[in-house]
Design a protein around this ligand. Structure first.
Ligand code: FE2
Length: 507
């Protein structure tokens, strides 16, 4: 990559560019537009692939671990230029523009590029002052009316910090994918993560991983948060007891606002996803021609409170089946059902956080479930499964994370009756790096849950999904250890769903 070529097409020189850089007035040393060190230390990313464009993301942070959470940046605005090309050496630049980054938004860039061609690979990069970012690769979605023959993506979740290296992401970055779907636990908050500066610093630390950066630079990401981006097992405005004391509602709303703000600043999300205080509209829909529709859910912000905190399970609370309970909130559920009703997609995918299948952890006559998952909100699950069944929604597939273990589940009309109809298929991806101390509890109970075809908490990795009009294939890709990037990933096993026949079969 020749960094000097950045403005070669426009003919603008370094002097002209310097005039476009604002905001160095507080610290005179910055008046030269020189950064104390490389400002693109967090890498680059793209997201929200549409037929005509993508979101390009970066964040200026020459000192990522700055305890003030400012990434080593002064206050004030800094202009960042971006360009998109058809080729990696930027000889065919097709779009360029600039964004003014603000200190109150963590000097983040969320450039919404439009005017691109559908189903096409592009390369992008940024410039601030005389510094040029690494090059990212991205891909637009197919045209809405197109009938693509294939879509491939990776499902990822739960990437606890294991020192900076991620074997799963190192391997994922080498796959041939159209996108990555991340269903949460992108960071893990700590006891002292309280203020915006703390959340920013934590996101920055994770983003310093060269493997995570490589994955972002290779594919567009579609992201949604789970609990640990904010606080363990939070529910709406309710903080969960975690051994010592939960936050008061007033304090938790402040914490949620800080966490949402830092999340948005650090993700390739659209501008309209920017939080307003403690509220953030994250659920949304993405289409890949007539092949696939992704309904990306937020099952934390609008949920009723958990009924039981027992971990990994507690005896089934009779209120869990109360018809008034909701995991998604009424508005999101209505939006989901409306979208499913109108869908013309062959595969209708829910990209969301917690496990949907019923799962009884009690190997005796009792019933014990994890009330943080859909089992604690059985009416929400029943409404979804009933809806896809009654409306003949084409090939419903549920993608989940959260539980640091890989699962393949038949979602049944009656989970108590193995002979009842399978209405949808669920794939749960194992964690990128987070451990699964409850793997034994899962393994012990699998045989008591015949609709669960596979469950394993002992491996780290991601799920590679290849979707064609006739077949869905999921490959569970696993690594030998979370932070050891030396070994290549292997495929633990593979599962196929045939068009029109819910339920996966092992290959
Ligand atoms: Fe997690």
């Amino acid at each position: 990559m020749n960094r000097r070529n950045f403005l070669s097409l426009s003919g603008a020189g370094a002097a002209a560019f310097a005039l476009a850089v604002n905001g160095y007035t507080e610290n005179r040393a910055w008046a030269s537009t020189a950064f104390p060190s490389y400002p693109f230390a967090l890498g680059v990313a793209s997201g929200e692939p549409a037929p005509d464009g993508v979101v390009l993301w970066t964040r200026l942070a020459p000192e990522p671990l700055d305890p003030e959470g400012r990434g080593g940046m002064p206050s004030g605005n800094v202009r960042v230029e971006w360009e998109v090309a058809e080729d990696e050496s930027f000889t065919r630049v097709v779009r360029r523009g600039s964004e003014v980054t603000l200190s109150e938004l963590g000097h983040s860039v969320h450039a919404e590029v439009t005017g691109l061609s559908p189903a096409r690979e592009y390369f992008y990069r940024f410039r601030a002052g005389s510094e040029i970012s690494p090059v990212g690769r991205t891909k637009t979605a197919p045209a809405r009316t197109a009938s693509p023959q294939s879509l491939s993506f990776a499902l990822a979740s739960c990437q606890a910090w294991v020192g900076g290296r991620y074997a799963a992401y190192r391997n994922l970055a080498a796959e041939d994918l159209d996108l990555v779907v991340h269903v949460g636990d992108y960071i893990y908050e700590e006891r002292n993560t309280e203020k915006l500066a703390d959340f920013r610093r934590l996101h920055s630390e994770y983003k310093t991983s060269p493997d995570l950066q490589a994955a972002h630079a290779a594919f567009p990401f579609v992201v949604t948060f789970d609990d640990h981006e904010i606080e363990n097992n939070w529910a709406d405005k309710i903080s969960q007891p975690d051994g010592e004391a939960s936050n008061s509602p007033e304090r938790f709303v402040e914490l949620r606002a800080a966490a949402f703000q830092a999340y948005w600043e650090n993700m390739p999300l659209r501008r309209d996803a920017r939080p307003e205080g403690p509220d953030m509209r994250l659920y949304r829909r993405l289409q890949f021609g007539r092949l696939a529709q992704f309904d990306v859910l937020d099952t934390r912000q609008y949920r009723d409170d958990q009924l039981q905190e027992g971990f990994p399970s507690a005896p089934l609370d009779p209120r869990a089946v109360d018809s008034s309970r909701t995991l998604t909130g009424d508005n999101q559920e209505r939006w989901l059902f409306n979208g499913l009703e109108k869908s013309t997609a062959r595969w209708n995918i829910l990209a969301q956080q917690t496990i949907m299948t019923q799962f009884d952890y009690d190997t005796g006559p009792g019933v014990a479930v994890n009330h943080d998952q859909w089992d604690g909100y059985a009416a929400s699950r029943a409404r979804y499964l009933d809806f896809v069944s009654r409306n003949d929604v084409s090939n419903p597939v549920v993608l989940s994370g959260d539980w640091h273990s890989a699962w393949v589940n038949d979602l049944k009309s009656d989970f108590g009756d193995a002979a009842s109809k399978t209405l949808a298929t669920e794939f749960v991806s194992t964690s990128i790096s987070s451990g699964c101390g409850w793997a034994g509890a899962v393994a012990a109970a699998v045989s008591h849950n015949p609709h669960v075809k596979f469950a394993d908490g002992s491996k780290r990795g991601y799920t590679r999904c290849t979707v064609t009009p006739e077949t869905w294939r999921s490959d569970f890709r696993i690594v030998t250890s979370a932070a050891d990037t030396a070994d290549p990933a292997t495929t633990q096993n593979s599962w196929v769903v045939r068009n029109g026949r819910p339920g996966a079969q092992q290959v």
